[in-house]
Write a protein that binds this ligand. Structure first.
Ligand SMILES: NC(=O)C1=CN([C@@H]2O[C@H](COP(=O)(O)OP(=O)(O)OC[C@H]3O[C@@H](n4cnc5c(N)ncnc54)[C@H](OP(=O)(O)O)[C@@H]3O)[C@@H](O)[C@H]2O)C=CC1
Ligand SMILES: O=C(O)CCC(=O)C(=O)O
Ligand SMILES: [Mn+2]
Length: 408
């Protein structure tokens, strides 16, 4: 082969995961990483059995490692609910690792679909990318919640440093009780979020929309709007005008309707929960959850971690456990690796690593676009209900394409 292994200068932090994505992850490394790269992978096993064995310590160690080495790549992981506690006989209902990792690094998750021209969009009018800038900190992921059994008063208390408690009465429950939660965000985190969204929109030369429900959450969402407006008027407006793009706040219901009828071509800054939901809507609208990339960028723009936006694909894993080969789309998981390698290459000043990652992405797309080899999700989007292959066959097609591209 007229090609030697490429040296990746600095370590990449690898976070392994669960279920079907764990199976695909191993296959990606065997086919596309180890044969071509000399790379120091700092491996953390975030699979649920190991999170349980280490009492979740492995998640915190992985977060520190990403901060230390600047780039991480993560496989999807199970977020525990009560059924998982039984299924895995867990010591505790461990919190979602994503929340801890995102809190450790801060910043914004940018989610962008891989656009493959021959795959028709479910939303037919979309022609250009729709990028979700999802705030990665606070709100529902940091909420404290509880069930109130019986009658009583629910209050929210803020005690200013050195001052007296200030109480907001929330509700007086009757004998049936109910549920309640408090959630929060910080001015610093919202400000960091706003800066990264303004910078990202400028780098892509796409208009930026912040979307909230500030007509209802006048104070909470109101602070997001105020901070974005302040930064825009205080500095970004001039650069936006020079770039021929605009910033605008829109109510979330207006925004989703506009998004569907638009041609795409925008960055949407969304609160944590809205961004989670909207990224799957956009992914499916462009063809499949298996095509949505995801990168977390720290507030200082120096730490990154990449993943697929989808989960561990449990329904397919159940089939895999029965010994059946599944047709699960590996593209977003492969792109987690390529986007991490591109960042590693940028930080290390190694264009050959970036070029390898670009070729691997092209191989994924060419296998679909030119060879017509695709997994079930994409074949269905094309209206070809029997024109699909199992994951292994698609991976083989990508491997063949990659070898060809590397030999050019
Ligand atoms: N970042 C992370 O680590 C995330 C973790 N999760 C966790 O993952 C687990 C499973 O979550 P679940 O709700 O099933 O969500 P998933 O995103 O894993 O899957 C939902 C459905 O979407 C389709 N799908 C998703 N990815 C692909 C793909 N690559 N190729 C083809 N089809 C795909 C499948 O539909 P169909 O069955 O119709 O083929 C699948 O059953 C949960 O524990 C959840 O908490 C969820 C999201 C993110
Ligand atoms: O952390 C979780 O539990 C879910 C994560 C998720 O859905 C996402 O990142 O899109
Ligand atoms: Mn999600």
């Amino acid at each position: 082969m007229p090609f030697g292994k490429i040296q990746v200068l600095n370590p990449l932090v690898e976070l392994d995961g669960d279920e079907l994505t764990r199976v695909i992850w191993q296959d990606i490394k065997t086919r596309f990483i180890h044969p071509y790269l000399t790379i120091d992978l700092k491996y953390y096993d975030l699979g649920l059995p190991n999170r349980d064995a280490t009492e979740n310590a492995v998640v915190h160690e992985a977060g520190q490692a990403i901060k230390q080495y600047s780039v991480g790549v993560k496989c999807a992981t199970i977020s525990v609910d009560p059924t998982r506690v039984q299924e895995y006989n867990l010591k505790a209902a461990w919190p979602s690792p994503n929340i801890a990792l995102r809190a450790a690094i801060g910043g914004t998750i940018f989610r962008e679909p891989v656009i493959i021209p021959s795959i028709p969009r479910y939303v037919q009018g979309w022609k250009r990318p729709i990028i979700i800038g999802r705030h990665a900190f606070g709100d529902h992921t940091r909420a404290k919640e509880r069930v109130m059994h019986g009658a009583g008063k629910l209050e929210m208390v803020f005690t200013p440093k050195g001052g007296k408690p200030e109480t907001v009465e929330v509700v007086e429950f009757d004998d049936d009780g109910g549920v309640g939660l408090t959630m929060y965000n910080t001015r610093k985190s919202i400000t960091d979020f706003a800066h990264s969204c303004f910078r990202y929109a400028l780098s892509k030369r796409l208009p930026l929309f912040l979307s909230t429900k500030n007509t209802v959450l006048k104070t909470y969402d109101g602070l997001f709007v105020e901070i974005f407006e302040g930064l825009y008027e205080g500095g970004y407006r001039a650069s936006f005008e020079d770039a021929g793009i605009e910033y605008e706040h829109r109510l979330i219901d207006d925004m989703v309707a506009y998004m569907i009828k638009s041609e795409g071509g925008m960055v949407m800054a969304l609160k944590n929960y809205d961004g989670d939901i909207q990224s799957d809507i956009v992914a499916q609208g462009f063809g499949s959850l298996g095509l949505m990339t995801s990168i977390l960028v720290s507030p200082d723009g120096r730490t990154f971690f990449t993943e697929a936006a989808h989960g561990t694909v449990t329904r397919h894993y159940r089939e895999h456990l029965k010994g059946k080969e599944t047709s699960t789309n590996p593209v977003a998981s492969i792109f987690a690796w390529t986007r991490a390698l591109m960042k590693r290459g940028e930080l290390d000043g190694t264009p050959e690593v970036i070029a390898f990652a670009e070729k691997l992405e092209k191989a994924c797309i060419d296998a679909i676009e030119i060879d017509g080899v695709m997994t079930k999700d994409l074949a269905y989007a094309c209206g070809r209900e029997d024109g699909w292959v199992v994951t292994r066959v698609y991976m083989e097609a990508v491997e063949k394409r990659l070898k060809g591209l590397l030999e050019e």
